[in-house]
Design a protein around this ligand. Sequence first.
Ligand code: HAM
Length: 443
Amino acid sequence: MHGTRLVQRAMPSMARSAQITAVKGFRDVLPDESARWQVLEAAALDIFSRYAFGEIRLPIAERTELFARSIGEATDIVEKEMYTFVDRGDTSLTLRPEATAGVVRAAIEHGLVAPDREVRIFYRGPMFRRERPQKGRFRQFYQIGAEVLGREDPVIDAEILGLLRDLLARVEVRDAVFEVSSLGDETCRPGYRQRLRDFATSRRAHLCDNCQRRLERNPLRLLDCKEHACRSAMAGAPLMIDSLCGPCAEHFAAVRRLLDAANVPVTLNPRIVRGLDYYCRTAFEIVAAGLGSQNAIGGGGRYDGLVASLGGPAIGGVGFAIGVERLAMVASALTVDTPARPIVVAPLGADAWAVGFSVATALRQAGRRVELVAGRPSLRSALRHADRIGAQQILMIGPEELSAGRGSIRDLERRVDRPLSVDLETAGERLLAQVDGRAEAIA
Ligand code: HAM
């Protein structure tokens, strides 16, 4: 009972206190789920490498102004969902609600962007939005995303969608629909926005409070409201796709032709409204069945004015982000390889701890998966533990045999014991030979 006694001695007067739980909307990703995420990330990394992307690791916090200027002051994200705080002095910082703005900021800051140069960058990590938590919606959530800066041609839009198709196929997402549309540009969108505003104003009385408020500042969001009354009031609203200027219409037609040629099936959804203001032209969302109301597993599009608006050259950009939690819920090929069955090292009693520790270390250095059960009080409980975790062998080092430098190895499948010769210097080939049964008796 050494282990228990030690703990009691180290914490003599610790009274049991109230439990502290995670913050609402911030969740723990436990080892089983993490293992599935690792499979997902490995698939994404492989696909990104095939499409020649390099990884960027961005800061979690940025200056608030970066998001206000890029995502847009009148968006839900900037208006009410950002975790913003003043950092001691007077700098307003925000936990990133998305990563596109950070990628563009970093690309400009480090001189990665220039006219006629293409940059391909991917990222993964947590994002923060203070939304109402529900199934598939969290306040801290994870994205994997990618951005291509410096390309205006439609080939790159198609390539991004092709990449996403490859990724979803790899992790076996069935029933995902790629919805695409065009949001026009600064030539055709202002006129459309006015027509939409006029249409909505004529139905103002039927709109919810939220939409009445949005009417002036962000009328496009009216197409996105989930309220039944708003949906029927806006049913016959004019659509951007019918108001595209010549170059935008041409760009979108080319994207669709390329996708067709590459067998990337997409569905036109002219009512796509992205929740971020930086988009122009191609916009898309990937929706999957079986997720309830939060059914978008990813989204993205083109944002040609963004780099210039953040102080960089006038170059185009296009990208996407997928939500890891949501993708992991619908991907069926995230099977984790069964790890090798472990070897349990059981030094039975404090006198054997040092030898046990050095044996475990030597085996791990040789690449074996090892559990050291030094705190366990008895041989019986060590054996029970080894059985429970499906160990392949248990190396028992007891106090009596120790002085003679001996222990024993039990093969837990065949239930046979073999002698083990150990000391503090035990390492390398000699130990492995014994564990692998290549030398039955070593003096
Ligand atoms: P987004 O559509 O805001 O786009 O987010 C992308 C994905 O992140 C969503 O489709 C969803 O799967 C996931 N997501 C968003 N919010 C939450 C949440 N609260 N809980 C769980 N998952 C969530 C962007 O973020 C853009 N930066 C994408 C982009 C990149 N556009 C161009 N480049």
